[in-house]
Design a protein around this ligand. Sequence first.
Ligand SMILES: Cc1cc2nc3c(=O)[nH]c(=O)nc-3n(C[C@H](O)[C@H](O)[C@H](O)COP(=O)(O)OP(=O)(O)OC[C@H]3O[C@@H](n4cnc5c(N)ncnc54)[C@H](O)[C@@H]3O)c2cc1C
Length: 485
Amino acid sequence: MTAPATPDINALARLAAQAQADLARIGETGTDWVPPAEGIDHNVVVVGAGQSGLSAAFGLRRAGIGRVNVVDAAPAGQEGIWRGPARMTILRTPKVPPGPELGLPSLSFQAWYEAAYGAEAYAALPTVPREIWADYVAWFRSASGVEVRNGVTLARVEPQEGRLRLHFTAEGKTFTETTRKLVLATGIAGAGGPFIPDVVANLPGHLYAHTHAFDPKALAGRRVAILGSAASAFDAAGALLEAGAGTVDLFSRGADLARGSAMKPFGFFGAWEHFHALPDADRWAVMAHFRRRASFPPPAAVKRAVAHANFRIHLDAGWRAATPHGEGVRITLNSGATLDADFILLGTGYQADARLYPPFADFAPAIARWSDKVAVDAADVALASAPYLGPAFELVEREPDAAPFLADIHFLAFSAMTSTGRPVGDIASLRHNIPRAVAAIGRDLFVADRAKHLARFLAPVGADDLPRDLYAGAIAAGDTLAAAE
Ligand SMILES: Cc1cc2nc3c(=O)[nH]c(=O)nc-3n(C[C@H](O)[C@H](O)[C@H](O)COP(=O)(O)OP(=O)(O)OC[C@H]3O[C@@H](n4cnc5c(N)ncnc54)[C@H](O)[C@@H]3O)c2cc1C
């Protein structure tokens, strides 16, 4: 789906100015209250400038937390998934929920769309085209005033006394900076990366790719087999078929496609806001129940793929083996049936194990996982490798007092889902998650600076606030009152 018309640039500039005026009206001038910490470069570094990182930086500034620095590995305009791995034409999210604007109406999607294309166009918009959402997020970045250093990749987190030393790479060079707090808004591939199943372990790399990173145009005319039947698999099928793939065969383990969303019961305000407060056993029972059910592909994604005659769905068709065959690959199903293809695409989702995240290599074993907190059935081992996070998405120590610095790493990424019950980073998650993380970061910095704040509170009270001239003339002379008998 394409943009309905050319956006009204002047109206968008006016809206951006209105947003700044609105912030002043509600008293959020962003005045920095955090005392400078000698020898430390930043109060907070936010890694990732997708919608989560931008919203977090915006929220931190509104909360008066200064020296916040945002980096992203991607070039400007290419941050996040919307112009890359996400291949659907429309968002899966309805157009109603608020997003990164954190309660400021003039920075909302609706305000942006109405300014760009008109209120009638917004009213008539059934769903949000993906590229339109990407345009809005780019505008949000400039209108909110969040600055990003692009092309900068976090490679290593090195804990030091009272700070984290971050090792970055940019343009082939490595450099370090220090921060008190680290927010990882690194998205769905942010920990462990795409899940690559063992069945392709012996295939040469040029014969397969994950749906997270592939070029549909490069597969024009080819026979492609897709493993997986959730949303990303169908999105990839649609993109391949539209790019001219020869045939696309999609394989599902199940006897039918998943046709209901296990997430639906989570769709109320309280669940977004408070799921994290449930006891561990409850949260684990719910997440294991949820994860054992296949994720359903949205009807729009299915409709897009099945519109092509050269698309086939294979049910009850788990893979036993995938081996090189001629120029391509031979796939053997659990049933013994075979299919030859030129290329395999893995719609197999993502890993959530924070210990596999390369920047955490210095201290990975110290990070608590769900497997450290609950009894885990064999079927749930992958789920249990997710980090066990605190309420503000902070990493937690496996052994008490062994790695206290973990509390300064806030993991606002997909891997947090096991702890929060909802996908972290999704549009609808931002209004709930970002304020909680921002409040905790502010509290931690405030408490850590306790001595400085106490010195400030207990300093001698000055006499500048009330000029004595104002009342000096009215002061009664001592002899005007009758002396007490
Ligand atoms: C195919 C697909 C479709 C989706 N559809 C929807 C949808 O319709 N609605 C919805 O709400 N959600 C959807 N999601 C979930 C989606 O991931 C989130 O909504 C959204 O992308 C989360 O934004 P984010 O900022 O948290 O992460 P991302 O958008 O993934 O951004 C993460 C950023 O971190 C940067 N980064 C990562 N590692 C580093 C590093 N080491 N150093 C520097 N930078 C780094 C990346 O370059 C990237 O820019 C979809 C996900 C997928 C995969």
